[in-house]
Write a protein that binds this ligand. Structure first.
Ligand code: HEM
Length: 287
């Protein structure tokens, strides 16, 4: 959620590489995303066989890994890791926003909190798509990036609470009525399905399949983007940072080729797993 830490200066290396690169995501933000997407894939791959336990692929998968008990064990394992990452994220926001009173966390150009410009950008973007106006000049986070962030944030609270209520049902039964314990299963199951459908279709398309990023946006892996990308994808941020005289601070080394290639393999593998799960979900849902 919060903005960047200052970037490492790599101007000599990047000039040898033939163009300037700028930091977009810190190492901590990239690690958080890596934990988020690996645990999410794990939760989806273990949650879906539970949800569609009658389908042939769920039964084949369960017998291959040692039964539904194993699947539930790994679901809980991934849930614990994801919960830990979420708590660390909340702590970072609290420390930066409340304890250190850092500007720009909760409001303004670099914040994840939606503002009036996002509404105007959304309308302008729709008009641009049908040829009725110019393309909006995006700031640090575009409106759909904020939407994706908050969808995961609130989804995490709803799915997490309902998941723990199922996991520790005898404990939650002390405070919740019986019907609520039945409801959490429905909530968890439907919200889980919604999250899976959203991430594996809309998030994938939004982030990687847009014409200006197709076939994959590497920035969440490498943390840096070229000057050309920075200027064209987020022109308003580029101009603001230049006006504030902070472009130099953001200059970073060009990503190493081996790391870009490694990230590409990881990224494609994640997308492939996601798409397979999406097809299995849709086939189980409609049959
Ligand atoms: C903190 C996070 C989470 C916790 C604590 C959690 C916990 C659980 C538990 C305890 C169950 C029931 C297992 C059983 O039958 O014994 C379950 C089922 C399930 N979970 Fe999660 N889970 C979490 C996150 C997720 C996420 C992110 C997804 C989606 C990607 C998901 C999708 C599912 C699905 C689809 C089921 C099967 C529900 C059904 O049987 O209809 N879960 N989860």
């Amino acid at each position: 959620m919060p903005d960047l830490e200052p970037a490492a200066n790599g101007s000599s290396e990047q000039s040898r590489a033939g163009g300037r690169y700028f930091t977009r995501f810190t190492r901590a933000q990239r690690y958080l995303h890596a934990v988020l997407f690996t645990t999410f894939l794990g939760l989806a791959a273990t949650g879906l066989p539970m949800r569609f336990s009658q389908s042939f692929w769920a039964r084949r998968f369960a017998s291959a890994v040692g039964g539904f008990g194993t699947i539930i064990f790994f679901h809980k394992f991934f849930a614990l890791v994801l919960t830990l990452a979420f708590l660390i994220h909340l702590r970072v926001i609290f420390t930066r926003g409340v304890v250190n009173r850092e500007k720009g966390i909760f409001w303004g150009a670099t914040s994840m909190v939606a503002n009036w410009k996002d509404v105007k950008d959304l309308v302008g973007h729709l008009r641009w798509m049908v040829g009725l106006g110019p393309k909006p000049q995006f700031e640090r986070y575009a409106y759909w990036e904020k939407f994706d962030y908050w969808a995961v944030f609130w989804g995490m609270i709803v799915i997490g609470f309902s998941g723990y209520a199922m996991w520790f049902a005898p404990f939650f039964a002390r405070f919740l009525p019986g019907w609520a314990l039945n409801a959490v299963l429905v909530v968890h199951s439907e919200e889980g399905l919604l999250a899976i459908l959203f991430i594996f279709s809309i998030h994938f398309v939004n982030t990687h399949l847009r014409p200006d990023t197709f076939p994959m946006d590497m920035v969440i892996f490498t943390g840096v983007e070229s000057e050309e990308e920075f200027k064209t994808k987020r022109p308003q941020e580029y101009q603001r940072v230049a006006r504030e005289g902070k472009l130099e601070e953001r200059i970073a080394a060009a990503p190493a080729l081996w790391f870009t290639n490694f990230s590409r393999v990881v990224g494609y593998a994640a997308i492939l797993i996601g798409l397979v799960l999406l097809v299995l979900t849709l086939s189980a849902y409609f049959t």
